[in-house]
Design a protein around this ligand. Structure first.
Ligand code: F6P
Length: 322
């Protein structure tokens, strides 16, 4: 049995640990694991590399993905998908493990609809996938965002300023909400919750009125207009706010960290579970942690959907911001 593994889309801390788990679990069963370089692009270009135990050693603590990753628009087309199937068939690959986020799992679903035995492993800093509580990489990315917020609070307090801190997450507010909650932000702006500049301005002005030394607003990049538009609106009413406003975009820094213990363990468990699923004849599923256990969700239920955020946590962030 030859099983290929690829990492696709935005890299996430813990992807290397997931590849390691896939490779070593496959070898344990006497299978031949094959790495695909640079995600679906490598599948189309037939960039394969046989992997052994030693080649995946020393990787656990490294962020990113040693196989490389890419955005591959061609995989969105029927032609690209059928080329990918041909590439797998002609290379003698029996099954594929796709480690990645939303777009990657949509690609996995497309391949499974064309008869490929595919299992997905939920990995994205965005934590926007249906079928899991938390995806590989999200916890480490959150820690990176938090460290930035903690540091920004220090300088914000010294200068009596408000900071708009923009975090990644694409169309999902998970990272912003959790960073706001754990970072003690005065307000969070999320794509899922309607939020006008007036509401944010109100939160900043209230922090000033209460005698706080700073105001931290965490905004998700998915909010229409992002931090740029919001900063313009706040600048226009600076006098009413009390605080001067500065903007920090954490951006890709969030993706580059060394994975923490949680992500390494989650990646090890889900990578191994992907091979276990294939060994028991199960495929067309994505493996992730759901209600604390490692579970499989049909790719058909995952592809093209966005996990909603928890309204109770939105409310908690609001209540605790006083
Ligand atoms: O999906 C992960 C992610 O980091 C998103 O949070 C972000 O919107 C996007 O990828 C950035 O993509 P790229 O690295 O291609 O600019």
């Amino acid at each position: 049995m030859r099983v290929a593994v690829l990492t696709s889309g935005g890299d996430a801390p813990g992807m290397n640990a997931a590849i390691r788990a896939v490779v070593r679990s496959a070898l344990e069963r006497g299978w031949r694991p094959v790495g695909v370089l640079n995600g679906y692009e490598g599948l189309l270009d037939r960039a394969f590399r046989e992997l052994n135990d030693r080649e995946v050693g020393g990787l656990m603590q490294r962020g990113g993905t040693f196989l490389g990753s890419a955005r591959c628009p061609e995989m969105l087309t029927p032609e690209g998908q059928s080329r990918a199937v041909t590439s797998l068939r002609e290379t003698g690959i029996d099954a594929l493990v796709v480690i990645g986020g939303n777009g990657s799992q949509a690609g996995a679903h497309a391949l499974s609809s064309r008869g490929v035995k595919v299992v997905g492993v939920a990995s994205t800093i965005d934590n926007d996938l249906v079928g899991c509580d938390v995806t590989i990489g999200a916890t480490t990315a959150l820690d990176v965002a938090l460290e930035a917020i903690d540091r920004l609070k220090v300088t914000a307090s010294s200068h009596h300023r408000a900071f708009l801190v923009e975090v990644m997450g694409r169309n999902c507010g998970y990272l912003a909400l959790m960073a706001g909650l754990a970072g003690g932000a005065e307000a969070v702006a999320l794509p899922e919750v309607p939020c006008s500049p007036g509401i944010v301005a109100g939160a900043v002005a209230e922090a000033y009125r209460l005698g706080k030394a700073h105001a931290i607003i965490v905004i998700s990049e998915g909010v229409p207009g992002g931090s740029t538009k919001l900063a313009e609106a706040l600048d226009a009413q600076q006098k009413a706010l009390g605080f001067d406003v500065r903007v920090t975009r954490i951006g890709h820094v969030q993706r580059g960290g060394a994975p923490g213990a949680f992500d390494r363990i989650l990646a090890s468990r889900t990578g191994a579970a992907a091979i276990d699923a294939l060994a028991h004849g199960r495929h067309s599923v994505m493996v992730g942690m759901l209600s604390g256990a490692i579970r499989e969700t049909p790719l058909a239920e995952v592809a093209g959907r966005l996990k909603p955020i928890d309204p109770a946590l939105v409310e908690l962030a609001r209540v605790l911001a006083r």
